[in-house]
Write a protein that binds this ligand. Structure first.
Ligand code: UDP
Length: 492
């Protein structure tokens, strides 16, 4: 006999933060939720959507989730304005972009969510990036279960979460400039001020990013669930302390299935092919160099890194975004550098690549990185040790985890110095790629890799946490829907 009381599926609106390092894990989370029975309506800004479709070689696919739907997942796609015209240079005019995300974006989101719910009254969950400042307002207005997705380590969300403590102790936004060890944050045994996120070390705390952080981390205290792209075994005390405040689930690392290119395009720039060049190099001999999608480096540092690479005599693939120094400063390499590496065949410079394809190639033996959290997790997954050159935001805190706590990477330069030299770049590259320190790092990273692998296995911590989260959402959703409108579908 047919059961007329089939369980309705949870339907989440997932609104993605409009930056590359957030789009990638957010898409992977959406795929994971859809694979677990959610219907997802994924929302990108017009600008991100435009960049992704422009970057694809077959740029005619307008719905980036078409491939995922063909594979049987129930993912729909919508776009929303961030408040700025498409051709506005968000990298060059960063603060204006952020002001829009702070003040204008929520009105566009509100309108979109209202329209979506009229068309799909069964929608019952909202999944947003923790950096958004309006999630609880939207969740409350439309009576949605509020799920916050944190794409960085638990240590970083914890420090933001307790900004008030840092302030009252004089370690943040204070004229005291206390430099002693911070040992009073729940779940964080000890951390030095130099290892805080750049925004918490800043002397000017009135910037637009500070205002966003202030608001976002007040807002996160009102969400129903926090999903964290980390692994319990790597940050157990921090996760446990946070969980005591709010339901928090370490479900990382959230990679595309099989650690191969996702069914869904996510790159904002077109990917240059590196595999053929890498195929010509011996195993573990090539250094991969990338500073991610967002941070800028000074021209001087780029020049010293270029000269240091030459001095080191190591082969390398260097992802050099054209705006790495600034959108209006495109001439930053030393004269003759590109010709030299071309003639010697020692280096490949590309504006962007498929990083997971490159880093998982057997020729790669080390990663000179800005310490973005996705890059760190990808590098661990491939057992590639790291040379750390943090530039901004959480990268300083991530460096501490990599170098000081897990001992899977080296510092590129003495942290107290403000600039780097080609000699130390060369020396550090050689220590990373070969010799005793290299062997030690490789041994350690294999152990950390094992923790990630175990966490993702069927009875591993991340998979169990994910299953628990699904159960807990299903428990909460009927209550939310019940008090909204009777036409909302109820979960069991
Ligand atoms: N990435 C890529 N190609 C590149 C450089 C980076 O696909 O040429 C991807 C990388 O695999 C990672 C993301 O972009 O998933 C960058 O995120 P991360 O957190 O490392 O740094 P962010 O860009 O946020 O600073």
């Amino acid at each position: 006999m047919e059961n007329n009381h089939k369980k309705p599926k949870p339907h989440a609106i997932a609104i993605c933060y409009p930056l590359q390092g957030h789009v990638i894990p957010f898409v992977n989370l959406a795929l994971k939720l859809a694979s677990s029975g959610f219907t997802i309506t994924f929302v990108n800004t017009h600008s991100i959507h435009h960049q992704i479709t422009k970057a694809q070689s077959n740029g005619d696919e307008d719905d980036i989730f078409a491939g995922a739907r063909k594979a049987g997942l129930d993912i729909r796609y919508a776009t929303v304005s961030d408040g700025l015209p498409l051709n506005f240079d968000r990298s060059l005019n960063h603060d204006q972009f952020m002001e829009c995300l702070l003040h204008v974006f929520s009105a566009h989101v509100d309108e979109l969510v209202g329209n979506l719910i009229q068309l799909n009254p069964e929608m019952n969950c909202l999944v947003t990036d923790t950096f958004f400042v309006w999630s609880s307002m939207i969740a409350k207005k439309y009576n949605l279960v509020n799920i916050s997705f944190w794409t960085e380590p638990a240590l970083v969300i914890t420090l933001y979460y307790h900004m008030d403590l840092l302030r009252s102790h004089g370690h943040f936004a204070s004229t005291d400039n206390r430099e002693d060890t911070i040992d009073y944050i729940p779940g964080v045994r000890a951390i030095e001020r130099k290892d805080l996120m750049s925004y918490l070390q800043a002397t000017d705390t009135s910037t637009v990013v500070h205002r966003i952080i202030q608001k976002a981390f007040e807002d996160v205290k009102r969400v129903d669930f926090i999903l964290c792209n980390t692994v319990h075994e790597l940050e157990s005390e921090t996760i446990s302390a946070l969980h005591q405040k709010q339901p928090t689930y370490a479900i990382g690392p959230i990679f595309p299935a099989g650690f191969t290119k996702s069914l869904v395009p996510t790159s904002l720039w077109s990917e240059s092919e590196c595999t053929q060049w890498l195929n010509t190099k011996p195993r573990g001999s090539v250094l991969y160099v990338s500073f991610g999608s967002y941070a800028h480096a000074s021209k001087n540092d780029i020049v010293e890194i270029a000269l240091g690479l030459l001095l080191s005599e190591v082969s390398f693939v260097w992802v050099l975004r054209p705006d790495i120094v600034s959108s209006d400063e495109t001439d930053f390499l030393p004269v003759g550098f590109e010709e030299k590496i071309k003639i010697s065949g020692r280096g490949l410079i590309v504006p962007w690549c498929s990083q997971i394809d490159v880093i998982s190639h057997s020729a790669i033996g080390g990663f000179l990185t800005h310490c973005g959290w996705n890059s760190i997790q990808e590098s661990i997954w491939c057992s590639v040790p790291l040379l750390c050159f943090p530039l901004l935001t959480d990268q300083f805190t991530n460096r501490k985890l990599v170098v000081d706590d897990w001992k899977i990477g080296l510092n590129l330069c003495d942290q107290k110095k403000s600039s780097i030299t080609k000699e130390e770049v060369s020396e550090k590259i050689n220590s990373l790629m070969s010799g005793k320190s290299s062997a030690e790092l490789r041994k350690n990273i294999k152990e950390v890799r094992k923790k990630l692998e175990n966490a993702l296995s069927a009875d591993g911590s991340s998979q169990k946490n994910f299953n628990q989260f699904i159960n807990d959402v299903q428990f909460l959703t009927p209550k939310k829907c019940g008090s909204a409108t009777s036409s909302h579908a109820l979960l069991p």
